[in-house]
Design a protein around this ligand. Sequence first.
Ligand code: NAP
Length: 291
Amino acid sequence: MGRILDGKAVAAELRGRVAVAAGVFASRAGRKAGLEVVLVGEDPASQVYVRNKARACEEAGLRGVVHRLPADTTQGALLELVHGLGARDDVDGILVQLPLPKHLHEDAVLQAVPADKDVDGFHLLNAGALFTGREGLVPCTPTGCMRLLDHAGGDLSGARAVVVGRSNIVGKPMAMLLLARHATVTLAHSRTRDLGLLCATADILIAAVGRAGLVRGDWVRPGAIVIDVGINRDAQGKLVGDVAFDEAAERAAWITPVPGGVGPMTIACLLENTLRAAWRRKGLPPGELTL
Ligand code: NAP
């Protein structure tokens, strides 16, 4: 039976370190580091996510503010808010909660967030920085997965990593982060042939698809580290990942549960990114921010 990679515990440690550093920031800057979250519409899941993000900010000594806009908000009004937040000196991070209502142009809104406040890491400058190995803000979920891999303590250099899912938010940045740590990375997707056989070659297997139970136990190489990013509801309405947990746990060395794995890490890394953005914007010495 594999060991559980406890995202809640690893996230709590990171949040503790962020809280200490947030205190240092506040004393040097004379104000708290601040995240502004923009929510358009009444999507129930999004409401819960933004509330949790704002609460996590406050608990870590950051300022977390939520802007709630009605579902019929125009593109112009949304851009005006984002530009306004972009211009404010006391705002260090801006997060536009996705998905946006269909009539809004998601990409134009995301690119309107200044790159140095783009705590989601979705701006083209940040994506380019990640692609070319430069410093930038990196998407929270893959950053959280890397922290979990480090917690498991596996040597990433030369390891065979298979990432299933190639979204801009999870799969692609995940592949870049693994590559930067010298893993040999294969990025799989809906057109990949013999996906099970490919996964069974992986020392590190990341599932970021959104299909309950897609990854079966016999897709897992004995001794592999399995990170399950997926969030799905099963037939009984229970929260489950992309990995058939019980089967996979029989073979994996380490495996993340859902819930309690990647999810808590995503929020902790959002706090980390907010603090990093604030630290950089204030010109504080980078070497003094150890997270
Ligand atoms: P997405 O944009 O829908 O991308 C899904 C990816 O999975 C696509 O690349 C797709 O391939 C691939 N795919 C779909 N069906 C497949 C199949 N049968 N076999 C292999 N690949 C398949 O989703 P996302 O935003 O990356 O999110 C993925 C999952 O992670 C979702 O469940 C989401 O809720 C969850 N998530 C969790 C967190 C967290 O904090 N825990 C954060 C973000 C996302 P194509 O490109 O070929 O279509």
